[in-house]
Write a new protein. Structure first.
Length: 259
């Protein structure tokens, strides 16, 4: 085999390797792909595995298959009871349609710029109908589901599904916080005074009842002591009379000695 033929075979092998490697692409479990031809989408690949494309003519653009997190930041809202609340929220979403996603926003960075105002709009719409008490109650989960559904209604055009919306933190504006703190402090002080007054009244009733019971017990003890003394005197007199009747001379002598 001539030297020139060997070189030709080597070139063919290398070229074949490059063509084959350019024709194959892998989609991982955490990915989905969009095959482009001259910049135009021609195929969507959502299943993981090894795939084929036209070498050098078609390119592959990858998108996340996993649930993604987005910190929407803080926004000030007016609630249904006209209280103002500063809400810090985050959104979890997934790309469900890579083709629509690319056609509508082009990139994930551009989409996040759209997601923030949509999230804030859903927060304002839902929380603007309820009171602060409702947000702090067991109704909070239902409210979050409503916010998620309202955001999804606006995000369908982007090929995105919101999985969850959560409030990380909710604070009153600084000027409202001081007023509410003072009102809460006044209410706590009033409750403390009422509790102290109730405690003093209960203590007075307990002392009065204990004093009555003490007087009753002393009176009963006095009566019982008188009864015991009476029975003792009766027994003593009976015993003395019986003994005197048995030996009158001895008791006459005994009485004279005591005198």
């Amino acid at each position: 085999m001539s030297h020139r033929l060997l070189i030709g075979l080597a070139v063919a092998v290398v070229a074949g390797f490059f063509i084959l490697s350019s024709a194959l692409f892998t989609v991982h479990q955490t990915q989905q792909a969009l095959v482009l031809q001259f910049g135009n989408p021609v195929r969507v690949v959502t299943e993981p595995g090894l795939n084929i494309k036209v070498p050098f003519i078609q390119q592959v653009e990858y998108f996340e298959r996993r649930v993604l997190d987005f910190d929407a930041g803080s926004v000030e809202l007016v609630l249904g009871d006209q209280k103002r609340l500063v809400v810090d929220a985050f959104t979890r979403y997934r790309i469900t349609d890579p083709l629509r996603f690319r056609q509508s926003v082009g990139s994930e960075a551009a989409f996040r710029g759209r997601l923030e105002p949509i999230t804030f709009s859903a927060l304002r719409s839902v929380l603007g109908e309820v009171s602060l008490f409702t947000i702090l109650s067991d109704e909070r989960t239902r409210l979050m589901n409503r916010i998620r559904d309202e955001a999804n209604a606006s995000l369908q055009q982007f090929g995105v599904q919101v999985v969850d919306v959560r409030i990380k933190r909710a604070d009153l504006p600084a000027e409202n916080s001081q007023a509410i703190f003072l009102r809460m402090q006044t209410e706590r002080e009033r409750e403390a005074r009422e509790l102290r007054a109730q405690g003093a009244e209960i203590a007075q009733r307990i002392r009065a009842r204990a004093d009555r019971e003490r007087r009753v017990l002393i009176a009963e003890a006095g009566r019982e002591a008188e009864q015991i003394r009476g029975r003792g005197d009766s027994v003593a007199i009976g015993t003395f009379a019986e003994a005197f009747g048995r030996d009158a001379d001895f008791f006459a002598f005994y009485r004279s000695m005591q005198a």
